[in-house]
Design a binder for this molecule. Structure first.
Ligand SMILES: Cc1cc2nc3c(=O)[nH]c(=O)nc-3n(C[C@H](O)[C@H](O)[C@H](O)COP(=O)(O)OP(=O)(O)OC[C@H]3O[C@@H](n4cnc5c(N)ncnc54)[C@H](O)[C@@H]3O)c2cc1C
Ligand code: FES
Length: 388
């Protein structure tokens, strides 16, 4: 019996609350169960090797740091389990044709394996937008954050008036179909609807077919205009929903969406002025870090030189320009994913100089203390030397 599991079978385990998982401390999570959800979707369950309890908001995501074929790769996956079951957490991964990590996880990650994770991060959470009535709209693997929210409400006996509409390609592609139906049958004010684009191989589908439209939405949630709406799915789906809601005159302040592709998110640094950045520093926001080598002093300049030590390239970066943008403009190919300071993909070591970094959870305090920075959300305050 694995060590972490043995602990659960000791009576003392249940007599005291476990200490909380601190994502700032390097700790691997151990895969303790793999569940096939559909033909191309698996859930992977993890527990903390040190016996910690997980703490996160429903809807948040983790960044997995994996070594795939000798390459370090980072990918984000939403926690599909609820924080109300803190001894384990799960991610639910859909295979992406030709995709590196989703296929690697499906083909290689097994019970007993360990993975490094970063996070939790993200602010797509019903916990941040409490409402009397919710409308959850998901398509494909976009079901995961909404499932974590729905599971949380169920576990808290918080029978919120919720309409959950999940769109899938075919009936065989419906993720968590049986559980959503069960949630609806055990909670008075929870309703689940499924819409399939096509019938696929399966006969006997008597549910809704096609794509989500305003008349369909009015049928499933006639009072949708009064609900707090959370949407997650592929970019075209989310765009269609946005257009549909705007057309209906919905108050978009009550519309929240999460994209699984970071492409469409706005950049963090929209070229603000240097003065504005300096003022932001003085506010000492928790995620704003001045990362510096003590021997360097800031220079009043509008551009700085950035030396990439390993690739022996020197580039110029504007004082209000993100380091990643400047590097890309100069033709340097550097790994990056979210460009929002969330995923940690663009982490590098700063050898010399000072930056203003405004991240959103993609780096641990310990790493910042060791001189690491995220290129996508850092602007230079001096000339820099980077270990890359
Ligand atoms: C906040 C967030 C939460 C997420 N949550 C989930 C979740 O809960 N579940 C889930 O399944 N996914 C989730 N994702 C998506 C996930 O992070 C990955 O993007 C997804 O699994 C695909 O990764 P991959 O490595 O398999 O594909 P990648 O290797 O990144 O490839 C993606 C696509 O690009 C193509 N491609 C790759 N390289 C090339 C190339 N050189 N030339 C041309 N095409 C190429 C591939 O064929 C594939 O179609 C989330 C993403 C974000 C940002
Ligand atoms: S690319 Fe995600 S943190 Fe920089």
């Amino acid at each position: 019996m694995p060590h972490a599991l043995r602990r659960i079978h000791q009576p003392e385990f249940w007599q005291r609350l476990p200490s909380l998982w601190d994502s700032d401390v390097e700790e691997s999570l151990q895969c303790c169960q793999v569940r096939q959800e559909t033909h191309d979707v698996k859930s992977f369950f993890f527990r903390s090797l040190a016996g910690h309890a997980f703490r996160f908001s429903p809807g948040q995501f983790l960044t997995l740091e994996l070594d795939v074929d000798g390459q370090r790769v980072n990918r984000c996956y939403t926690i599909s389990s609820p924080p109300t079951r803190p001894h384990t957490l799960s991610i639910t991964v859909k295979r992406v044709p030709g995709g590196t990590v989703s296929n690697w996880l499906h083909d290689h990650l097994e019970v007993g394996d360990s993975v490094r994770v970063l996070g939790p991060a993200g602010d797509f959470s019903s916990a941040l937008h409490p409402a009397e009535r919710y409308l959850f709209l998901s398509a494909g693997s976009g079901v995961t954050p909404l499932m974590s929210m729905a599971r949380t409400h169920r576990d808290l006996c918080d029978d919120r008036d919720t309409v959950f509409v999940h769109s899938a390609r075919t009936p065989d592609d419906i993720i968590f179909g049986r559980e959503l139906t069960l949630l609806a049958s055990t909670q008075q004010r929870f309703r689940a609807h499924f819409i399939c684009e096509g019938l696929g191989e399966q006969g006997g589908w008597h549910g809704l077919t096609g794509r989500i439209t305003l008349p369909l939405l009015q049928l499933m949630a006639p009072d949708f205009m009064t609900r707090e709406i959370f949407v997650c799915g592929p970019a075209p789906y989310m765009q269609a929903v946005r257009e549909m809601l705007r057309e209906a005159g919905f108050n978009m302040a009550r519309h929240h969406e999460e994209s699984f592709s970071f492409d469409r998110l706005p950049a963090v640094h929209q070229a603000p002025g240097v003065t504005e950045l300096s003022a932001a520093n003085q506010n000492s926001s928790p995620n704003s870090n001045l990362n510096s080598n003590p021997n360097s002093s800031p220079a009043p300049a509008t551009a700085f030189s950035i030396v990439f030590q390993k690739s022996q390239r020197t580039i110029e970066c504007g004082a209000a320009q993100a380091l990643l943008d400047a590097a890309r403009d100069a033709g340097l190919r550097l790994p990056a994913s979210c460009t929002q300071g969330m995923c940690g993909t663009c982490k590098v070591r700063l050898l010399d100089g000072k930056v203003d970094m405004r991240h959103q959870g993609g780096i641990r305090q310990r790493e910042i203390d060791q001189g690491m920075v995220l290129l996508c959300c850092s602007v230079p305050l001096t000339n820099l030397r980077i270990d890359k």
